[in-house]
Ligand binder design. Structure first.
Ligand code: TXA
Ligand code: MG
Length: 346
């Protein structure tokens, strides 16, 4: 299959009338899958009401079929076709964070493709804030199921090039809207119980959520890897670069000592650091991921840096670690998964 590429580099007001957006929206309505930018990462969209269309997402990504997809909407009115009720706390969260990087789990309505929810009786819904995503959703005029547009297991895509590298020939097209801003996926919050539960930390921080709805808890599995996550996708290996990744908790001197020992053993070593420490390390490849003093810049560059390590022939990557406050919680969650829970403590 030929994978079309559309460029929308200079978003204007009536973007949904753009010929590129119209063509992509028509393909979505025809049951094809399309890569598109959101403010978090690029998504791979299909008509959420069509089993056949949604099936194509799983095929293109090589995604396990028990991992449900998030449904994307452009207007709150679309909720009526997707969920049976919107509890007060969900309403408050929508008012505060939509459009934006927050996915809310609610009881699902019949009519949605069963493949979207992987047999669960709940569905994750989100209204993205990226102008291209909103324009596409409006033009398509159907709820759009969309996971991140990477091949299953690989780091999520933050550029159209990443999508193209992973899925060329497997999808009908990708809209290039530039590099995504947040860089890590949306926060997934379960609002089907008495208090909101974070199933996946992401672009909206726990602290921000608590300002709006009071106490918010973390799903137990986020703290204890032996507990099965409520969010099926959280149990799979994710975001992994080709070389094994180890997170180092300690000083930069400690990290450099580890690298030195590996070098003595003849290994080729990569170091994942931030701009502040980039010139300190002596290793085969030293890549900086944003600035430590601005954690949102680390989130923004994380997946691209994980992918860039694959351009080098290295035996292992050692990464600095980050605080778990604010957006740091999402950064450490993704790094931990990318490392397969490999840590070294000073
Ligand atoms: O920022 C994002 O959320 C991006 C962009 C494209 O919107 N999408 C994304 O989708 O990250 P995906 O499929 O890569 O991750 C969806 C996560 C998975 O961990 C999945 O298990 C969880 O959300 N999820 C979806 N529906 C769920 C449900 N009904 N109950 C629990 N977890 C659910
Ligand atoms: Mg994903």
């Amino acid at each position: 299959m030929e994978t079309k590429q559309w460029f929308v580099d200079n978003p204007v007001n009536n973007l949904s009338c753009y010929p590129q957006i119209q063509e992509a929206a028509q393909l979505l309505r025809d049951g094809e899958v399309i890569g598109f930018p959101t403010e978090t990462v690029y998504g791979l969209g299909a008509d959420a009401m069509s089993n056949q269309a949604v099936e194509k997402i799983f095929l293109a990504k090589g995604r396990p079929s028990d991992n449900p997809l998030i449904v994307h909407i452009a207007m709150k009115e679309q909720l009526q076709t997707i969920v049976t009720e919107v509890p007060l706390m969900a309403e408050k969260l929508m008012d505060a964070f939509w459009p934006g990087p927050l996915t809310i789990i609610l009881p699902k309505k019949d009519g949605l493709s069963e493949k979207v929810t992987a047999g669960l009786d709940t569905v994750g819904v989100r209204m993205p804030s990226h102008p291209v995503a909103l324009a596409l959703l409006k033009a398509a005029d159907v709820p759009v199921a969309a996971p991140s547009a990477n091949r299953s297991g690989r780091p999520s895509p933050t550029t159209a090039r990443h999508v193209y590298d992973d899925l060329k020939g497997k999808i009908a097209g990708v809209i290039d809207g530039g590099t995504t801003g947040v860089g890590v996926e949306s926060t997934v919050v379960d609002c089907t119980g008495d208090i909101p539960i974070i199933l996946r930390p992401g672009g909206v921080t726990r602290e921000q959520l608590e300002e709006v709805v009071g106490i918010v808890v973390m799903d137990e599995s986020l703290k204890n890897e032996k507990i099965t996550p409520k969010s099926p996708g959280m149990k799979y290996t994710h975001y992994a670069p080709d070389a094994p990744l180890v997170i180092v908790e300690g000083s930069k001197e400690f990290l450099q000592e580890i690298v030195n020992k590996e070098k003595q053993a003849g290994k080729k070593i990569g170091v994942l650091t931030t701009a502040e420490n980039q010139s300190y390390y002596q290793a085969d490849v030293v890549l900086a991921c944003g600035e430590r003093r601005d954690l949102s810049s680390v989130a923004q560059h994380l997946y691209d840096v994980l992918r860039r390590f694959n351009d080098y022939d290295i035996d292992a990557i050692y990464s600095e670690s980050f605080t778990e406050k604010g957006i740091g919680q999402a950064i450490m969650n993704r790094l931990t998964k990318a490392s397969g829970h490999r840590f070294l403590k000073e």
